[in-house]
Design a protein around this ligand. Structure first.
Ligand code: NAI
Length: 344
């Protein structure tokens, strides 16, 4: 099995080579992202392996099929970068539904603590032997209310972490999890109540037509003054212009963003020698109460191992058995994991 691997980063290679050689899958690592101009590189390969910012649109799918590619193996959970409707009956799409919800949930807490306790500022001050505490007053998380949107694998681990801090949880999910609401410290509510009552809001739902820009001007208007917004899910859940406006008006007290709507051409790369063309991101990064990380929430040793192992097993399962439990299927409604191996 020969797989063309796009958007390769150095940290991907050791784990994919390890599991690839163990299971008989050979990877050709390309630095470039998969797009309309680069799809031709996949000619002659059995499959392609892509990440979150490879744009798998209709034209790319047509090119891949023309190149003889049968399988698109996503080495991530989200699949908003794939035109699933168009892929149906043309290309089998496999994904890694879970690799370490702990990696993402734990990372969500890191910039929250950093921002509200001003660790990013203190770190710089003490390196210059400036031991002043001026401007560093934070607030306790204990007793505060956190609104968690999306109570799947990552959202539920984040809820556990927040409960460890003694926070109350208001949750919203289109498909609430059975047994999570205890009527007291964890309660499912409607989105508007979550916006109105949360001190901190954390996003853990997928990016869909429903959730695109769910944090917009109207939503921020409904929030408490000083609300802290956390996004380790997908950038386009937040209208970044509206967030910037909320920060400038002091309505939003802090924002911690691991993802950004226009991240595709910026994140994962060293742009330090370039002029930043994106004025919104430039302005957000310049704010003392905004912390931006470049889509790194998944990046732990455990997650990288799990991603490589599951991706390789998905590919082997598909080519050896003709089906894979982690195949995504679009049957005229929405994309979901295929339960019966009859995706076409
Ligand atoms: P999951 O599928 O276990 O949970 C997602 C939850 O969102 C489900 O409970 C689902 O019912 C809910 N949901 C679906 N539509 C919704 C809507 N319209 N409104 C509210 N809730 C809705 O997914 P998991 O593993 O917890 O991942 C969540 C998201 O985290 C992924 O979709 C992905 O975008 C993001 N992610 C980010 C990473 C990073 O490195 N920053 C790494 C991995 C995932």
């Amino acid at each position: 099995m020969n797989i063309a691997f796009f958007d390769t980063k150095q940290y991907d290679i050791p784990s994919f080579e390890k599991y690839g050689s163990e299971y008989g899958v050979s990877f050709k690592f390309f630095d470039t992202k998969l797009n309309e101009d680069t799809a031709e590189l996949a000619r002659g390969y059995d499959g392609v392996c892509v990440f979150v910012n490879d744009a798998v649109n209709a034209k790319v799918i047509d090119s891949l099929v023309d190149c003889g590619v049968k399988v698109l193996a996503l080495r991530c959970a989200g699949f908003n970068n794939v035109d699933m409707k168009y892929a149906f009956s043309k290309l089998h799409v496999l994904r890694v539904p879970a690799y370490s919800p702990y990696a993402v949930a734990e990372h969500t807490m890191a910039p929250l603590l950093t921002s509200i306790r001003r660790i990013h500022k203190a770190y710089i001050r003490t390196r210059d032997f400036n031991f002043s505490l001026a401007g560093f007053t934070g607030f306790d998380l204990y007793g505060k209310t956190v609104g968690v949107i999306g109570t799947g694998k990552i959202g539920r681990v984040f809820i556990d972490i927040c409960r460890g801090f003694g926070m109350k949880v208001l949750a919203y999910d289109k498909f609430p999890a059975k047994g999570l609401d205890n009527g007291d410290t964890i309660r499912y509510v409607e989105k508007d109540e979550l916006f109105a009552k949360s001190d901190i809001i954390s996003l853990h739902c997928p990016l869909t037509e429903d959730t695109h820009h769910m944090i917009n001007e109207a939503a921020i208007e409904k929030c408490k003054k000083g609300v802290v917004i956390l996004n380790t899910s997908r950038g386009a859940l937040i209208d970044a212009e509206a967030l910037l406006k909320g920060i400038k008006s002091r309505k939003v007290g802090a924002a911690c963003l691991d993802v950004y709507e226009e991240e595709a051409d910026l994140f994962f790369e060293d742009n330090s020698g370039h002029i930043m063309e994106d004025d919104t991101l430039l302005r957000l990064i310049s704010m003392p109460n905004v912390i931006v990380t470049s889509h790194q929430a998944f990046l732990t040793e455990e997650a990288l191992e799990n991603i490589a192992e599951t991706t390789v097993k998905n590919i082997v399962g598909f080519f050896e058995n003709g089906q894979c439990p982690n195949e995504l299927c679009y049957r005229g409604g929405s994309a979901e994991d295929c339960k019966d191996g009859k995706c076409f």
